[in-house]
Every structure is written in structure tokens, then in C-alpha cells.
Unconditional design. Structure first.
Ligand SMILES: Cc1cc2nc3c(=O)[nH]c(=O)nc-3n(C[C@H](O)[C@H](O)[C@H](O)COP(=O)(O)OP(=O)(O)OC[C@H]3O[C@@H](n4cnc5c(N)ncnc54)[C@H](O)[C@@H]3O)c2cc1C
Length: 542
């Protein structure tokens, strides 16, 4: 035992808390019609706060998956081996219905409940990728009712059944999405993979994909050029009867973060695929999936932001410097409150979108229109704010924030991915413009929502007026896309905070994000704001 010094003024680990005990989340759950699901959400939140679950997340990240292209005798196997921790995380997520389960649940609010669980199950982002894709595949798959009838019950089943077998002999399935090619990711129309129709109605797929995450999934949606144009196909990893579908894994990507998730480069070597939707309508079909994964990017970003904030605030409540707890140092209070406002705005917008999604999938056209524009704009903006917030939260821990033993480093590495996936910044911003141009009802729905908050705060009323003015001028619209879409996203967040958040939170948001009485770094809130009620909402719940 060391006699050189006593260890003190280091912060106790934050464990044993309920990650769903987040005021903005809990209020959103009630508002968006998922109050009935609270016990299940809290169960997930309490699990995520256990030291065991946190350690599984760290382990899965620390020991990344390994690719085996061949077996010991030289036969191709194309398998990825994961550590047991990864499987435990997958098992937990699937058994709590964080994957495709809400598609088999008729209760209004089922998709909101799932969003809240996805947000609360924050121990490892990597396995969240296949969980998200399994959720997202279902609405796209429904474009082929026969395939949906065969596979949907297995995708929604709450059993994680890992391994390469005929999908229809398994107890539960996981799905992936394989679109990006070397010469074009955002521009999927540049895909060169081809699909040849066969007499039995199937297609033979030849080509490559530059990114395919979770390659041990049972089913993939992919895009390929068929005689009628770019089309969407479902490919099983294993064909009915048990023979492997010839999908070759070339290598796994060495990534900045998201290490527990395998992201592979693959080739289709005359692989069997089944058409989903019509030939030539591939983008329209797969967009149903992308809508859901985009929502998950927003949920994942909001979740990462909240985790980073809670860790930073926890540190500041236990660490002293210059004779005071950090949380009592005025400048640290400014930083934490500013982070808290950003995090609450993200969570509140995320929950409104989860509600819109829930109602849209049940046939509410107005909510589908709101989702169309507000989701594209929020995907752009919240996913851009995530990494910046994580950077500042990390700094609140001082040097420890930069050290792998602390979870901030992992969150920091993770968040930029959500901005790249499912429409990188520019693509998401341009998609919001496309929604305005081609689906004007989405803009009407957006302003319908925004106008509900008018009359309570002059800064907000001015922001809505100036946004409307900005939208009358279409000169250089692409050049201005980020600026305009940011305004849309910020107005969306401000309106929701004015209606639903404590006055102190909405006031700080409007003063800074709308009236621009703010610097370029976090921690530049102006004097005169009421910070105590904002900081109260950063306490971890138990
Ligand atoms: C870890 C990881 C896992 C992934 N997993 C999968 C997966 O499972 N399946 C899958 O299909 N893909 C996957 N991807 C790929 C990802 O979706 C793409 O990388 C992303 O869509 C961007 O495509 P790209 O890389 O081809 O970049 P590009 O499309 O070449 O874009 C490069 C840059 O140009 C910008 N840009 C593009 N078009 C325009 C324009 N018109 N105007 C202005 N700017 C523009 C983009 O915003 C981006 O900043 C994964 C990526 C990563 C990093």
C-alpha cells in the first residue's frame, strides 16, 4: 500500500442512478402519450445506471469485433466474432423491446416509449446501431407484404438469437442497411451494384458496399440497379434451407469511435435478393427506413448530450478547486447551465418528434408533415450540437475528461458519427430545403406548431417573423441552407421550451439562441438569468 499520499477530492463514480430520471424526458413521455409505459422505461433506466451494465458497455467498446473471412481449413466463412459483453447488451436491448417491438404494439405511444428507452439505454452506442436498423427496417419492408408477413414477426420478437442460420428457423432477427458505395454515399443514385431478375422472381446481386455496419445481421436492405432503375432489395445472410448467401466480408473499418459495432466493406458475389417495393423506386422505399434511423440519430445525440451533461454536473458537485465546489464557482455554473439548456432543448425536440412519429405511423397526415421538415432540420442541428457539447462537458472534468477510464472520452468520440450517418450535415440541411420545396404542407405543419407558442416571449415572436421573411427569399437558397435550417431547428426548440419547459430554461434559451446575447463557446450566458432552476434539472435521479 502506498504511503506517499492520501487520495482525496476525486469524484465518486456515478452509478446506481436511473438514466430515465431526466425531467425533460419524463415530461415528454407524459405529453406524448407514453405515460402507460413508464415502469418499463424506468426499468431500462435503472439497468443502464448499474455498474454491471456500464462495465459491459466499456468492455464491448474496449475489445472490438474481429473478422474471420475463412475457417482454419481455408473455407470462406465471412463471420464477425463479438465479445460476450456485446451479446449481453444486444440481449438486453431486444428483450426490452428497444429494437422493432413497437411495430407489433398497437398502443398509441408505443414508439414514444421505445424512443425513451433508446435514449435511456445509454451504456454503449455501438450496439445501438443494429438495434436502430432493426427498428427502422420494418416500415420499408412493408412495401413487400409477403416478405413483411414472413419476417416482421421475427424482427419484432423480443428474443436475441445470434448466429448464421436460415432466418425462418430463428427465434428473433436483426436487420442492417447497406447503401453506401465507394463512389457515392449521399448520392446513392451513383450506386453501381446491379440486380438481375431470375425466373423464380428473385434477383442476383453483384457489386460492393463500402460501408455495411452490423454485418452479422440476418437481413439487409440494400440498393442495386435493376432493369427498371435503382431498386430496394432484401438480402438474407443465410438462404432458406441453410446455405450461405454469397456476401463476402473484405475488412472491418478502423473507426474513431463506435468500436463495439462492426462496420464492414462487403461484396455481393451473385447474392440472392428479393425486391421490396417497385423496381426503380428504391430510394422512395428505403427512405421509410431512413426516416426512422434519422430519428434515432436525434435520440442518440440527445441521449449522449444528457449523459455528458449529467457526468459533468456530477463532477462539479463533488470536486473542489480554489476553496469551493466547482458547482458553486460562478463561471462553472454558467458553463453547466448553458450545457443544460442545450441538452434540454435537444431532448424536448426529440420527444416531440418521437410523438409525431408515433402518430404519423398510425396514419396522422398532419403529424407526418411536421415530422418531414422538423426531423430533417433537427437531425441537422442537434447532431451538430452534440459533439460541441460533449467537448465542453469533457472539459468540466479537467484532465480526467480526456482519459479513457472516464466515460466522457467515449461519448465525445461517438457523437460526430450521428452527424455523418443518415445524411451528413449538408445533406440533412438540403433535405430540409427539399421538404419545403416539394412538400409545402410540411412547412405549414411546422409553422402551425411554431405559432402555438406565440405571444409569450417577444424574442420568439420576432424569430418566427424573421424566419418567415427569410423563407420568402429563394436567392442562393442552397448556399444559405445551413443558416436557414438552423433557424428552423432553433425556432422549433424555442417554441417547445416556451410551452413546456420551466420559465428559466426557456428564458435562457431565448436570450441566447434567439436574441443572440451569447458568445461562441458554452458558458457565455448573460448575467441576470435564473440559473438555479436550470441546474436543478441536471441532478441524476435515483
Ligand atoms: C461508422 C460508420 C458506419 C456506417 N454504416 C453504414 C451502414 O451500415 N450502411 C450504409 O449504407 N452506410 C453506412 N455508413 C456510411 C454513411 O452513411 C456515409 O458515409 C454517409 O452517408 C456519407 O456518405 P459518403 O461517405 O459517401 O460521403 P459523401 O456523400 O461523399 O459526402 C461527403 C461530404 O459532402 C457533403 N455533400 C454531399 N452532397 C452534397 C451536396 N449536394 N452539397 C453540399 N455538400 C454535399 C456531405 O454532407 C459530406 O460532408 C457508415 C458510416 C460510418 C462512418
Amino acid at each position: 500500500m502506498s504511503t506517499t499520499h492520501d487520495v482525496f477530492n476525486q469524484v465518486p463514480p456515478l452509478t446506481g442512478h436511473d438514466t430515465s430520471a431526466d425531467p425533460a424526458l419524463l415530461e415528454g413521455i407524459e405529453r406524448e402519450g407514453a405515460g402507460w409505459a413508464l415502469p418499463g422505461i424506468q426499468e431500462v433506466g435503472r439497468l443502464a445506471g448499474t455498474p454491471e451494465a456500464m462495465e459491459l458497455g466499456r468492455l464491448a467498446e474496449r475489445v472490438p469485433p474481429r473478422l474471420h473471412t475463412h475457417d482454419r481449413y481455408g473455407r470462406r466463412v465471412d463471420e464477425v466474432e463479438y465479445v460476450p459483453a456485446y451479446h449481453r447488451l444486444m440481449e438486453t436491448a431486444v428483450s426490452h423491446g428497444i429494437h422493432a417491438a413497437p411495430w407489433a404494439d398497437d398502443r398509441p405511444g408505443a414508439h414514444v416509449a421505445r424512443a425513451a428507452k433508446f435514449y435511456s439505454w445509454n451504456v454503449d452506442a455501438g450496439h445501438g446501431c443494429p438495434i436502430s436498423m432493426t427498428y427502422a427496417v420494418v416500415p420499408a419492408l412493408r412495401a413487400n407484404p409477403e416478405l413483411a408477413a414472413r419476417f416482421e414477426p421475427l424482427l419484432t420478437n423480443r428474443e436475441y438469437d445470434f448466429g448464421l442460420r436460415d432466418p425462418e428457423t430463428k427465434r428473433g432477427l436483426i436487420a442492417g442497411m447497406s447503401m453506401t458505395e465507394k463512389q457515392g454515399g449521399s448520392d446513392v443514385r451513383a450506386n453501381t451494384t446491379t440486380a438481375r431478375p431470375q425466373v423464380d422472381g428473385s434477383y442476383r446481386i453483384v457489386g460492393h458496399k463500402w460501408f455495411t455496419s452490423a454485418p452479422m445481421s440476418d437481413l439487409f436492405l440494400t440498393l442495386a440497379q435493376a432493369p427498371g432503375g435503382l431498386s430496394c432489395f432484401l438480402l438474407p445472410r443465410v438462404l432458406p434451407g441453410g446455405e450461405a448467401n454469397p456476401i463476402r466480408f473484405l475488412r472491418l473499418k478502423d473507426k474513431l469511435g463506435n468500436k463495439s459495432n462492426a462496420s464492414s466493406e462487403i461484396e455481393y458475389d451473385d447474392a440472392v435478393g428479393w425486391l421490396v417495393g417497385e423496381e426503380g423506386r428504391g430510394v422512395k422505399t428505403i427512405v421509410e427506413m431512413v426516416n426512422m434511423t434519422r430519428l434515432d440519430c436525434v435520440i442518440g445525440s440527445a441521449s449522449g448530450m444528457r449523459s455528458a451533461l449529467v457526468q459533468a454536473a456530477h463532477h462539479a458537485r463533488h470536486r473542489s478547486a480554489f476553496g469551493k465546489l466547482l458547482v458553486d464557482q460562478p463561471l462553472m455554473r454558467n458553463v453547466l447551465a448553458d450545457l443544460a439548456v442545450e441538452s434540454e432543448a435537444a431532448t424536448t425536440a426529440m420527444m416531440r418528434l418521437a410523438g409525431a412519429n408515433d402518430r404519423a405511423v398510425r396514419g396522422d397526415a398532419g403529424e407526418a408533415s411536421l415530422r418531414r421538415l422538423a426531423l430533417a432540420a433537427t437531425k441537422y442541428y442537434v447532431c451538430k450540437r452534440g459533439p460541441v457539447l460533449a467537448n465542453e462537458a469533457l472539459e468540466c472534468l479537467g484532465g480526467n475528461g480526456y482519459i479513457e477510464d472516464f466515460d466522457l472520452a467515449r461519448i465525445y468520440r461517438e457523437l460526430p458519427l450521428l452527424s455523418i450517418w443518415e445524411g451528413s450535415g449538408n445533406v440533412a440541411a438540403l433535405d430540409a430545403l427539399r421538404a419545403i420545396g416539394r412538400e409545402p404542407e410540411s412547412l405549414d405543419a411546422f409553422f402551425g406548431e411554431a405559432e402555438l407558442a406565440l405571444g409569450a416571449d417577444a424574442r420568439y415572436d420576432d424569430a418566427v417573423t424573421s424566419l418567415k421573411k427569410e423563407l420568402t427569399d429563394f436567392d442562393d437558397i442552397e448556399l444559405r441552407a445551413r443558416r436557414l435550417v438552423e433557424q428552423i431547428a432553433v425556432v422549433f426548440q424555442a417554441g417547445l421550451l416556451i410551452r413546456h419547459a420551466p420559465t428559466a430554461v426557456a428564458d435562457a434559451f431565448c436570450a441566447t439562441r434567439l436574441a443572440r446575447d451569447w458568445g461562441s463557446a458554452f458558458g457565455t450566458l448573460p448575467a441576470g438569468l435564473d440559473l438555479a432552476p436550470i441546474l436543478e434539472r441536471t441532478e441524476p435521479g435515483f
